[in-house]
Design a protein around this ligand. Sequence first.
Ligand SMILES: C[S@@+](CC[C@H](N)C(=O)[O-])C[C@H]1O[C@@H](n2cnc3c(N)ncnc32)[C@H](O)[C@@H]1O
Length: 277
Amino acid sequence: MDLPNGQALLDENGLKKILEFIREYKGVDLSSYRQSFLARRVRIRLSATKVKSCLEYTRLIEKKPEEFNLFLNELSINVTEFFRDPDVYSAFGNIVLSDIIRRKEASGARSLRVWSSACATGEEPYSIAILVAEALKDKPDFTAKILASDVDAQALEAAAKGEYEAKFLQKIDPEILKKFFIPLGPARYRVREDIRKMVRFQAHNLFSEPPFKYLDIIFCRNVLIYLNRAQAKELFIGFNRALSPGGYLVLGKVETLWERDMFVPVDPRMKIYQKLG
Ligand SMILES: C[S@@+](CC[C@H](N)C(=O)[O-])C[C@H]1O[C@@H](n2cnc3c(N)ncnc32)[C@H](O)[C@@H]1O
């Protein structure tokens, strides 16, 4: 029986080499994905590109950024959801929000600013807004703004509507769903108006200067995969400038912060960092 090209080429060692290359040169750590899942997806790309070896495939990724995007699409990385990685959101509430609110109370400041810097269709900034609203529910003197941006205008248009099909909300805690989402019919919900009003959407490309300053928290999750190392460094420098002293940066769970001189890890497993100084 003829094996499809990719099937014959990929052994355990070849997969390891490809994944090491992607971690080293693209900064994407795929170690939390199942090996069998990764092997299946890599084989599809090996077949599609008709390369003759795993080494040749790493060279192709190096030469053609669009192949890396196709590889990521194959992994379905270009997706989002409410409270994606719930353990990250728990740590965000318990560690980050409580610290920021405590410090604001001590200093007399009463406004909170969060930037969701690759917000896609809005699930991330609305999740943040819900947790912030919960954390501030007994503190009427506080105000909070969730600034949300993305390079994809279509995604932003959908985000601003704040409407989602029920099938995409199945993983949300039923209490949260009941409290913060208004049913629009049997299979569609809209985010509650006061939560929508906390979020402001605008177009922004992460390759340009951050459009905001004096931020308490920046979310930059599951977008570093689109950037090379030099671009990511520029991005972190910009984030560092845009954050207030002691501000926090939250990355995607499979992403790596190479720059060790600007941020300290607060919860390295959840990829939560704090601005130094
Ligand atoms: C996988 S989604 C991540 C959404 C959300 N942060 C999350 O973690 O669920 C990646 C998003 O990054 C956006 N993106 C890609 N390159 C960008 C850039 N240069 N500037 C701003 N957004 C970008 C895409 O349009 C997409 O909406």
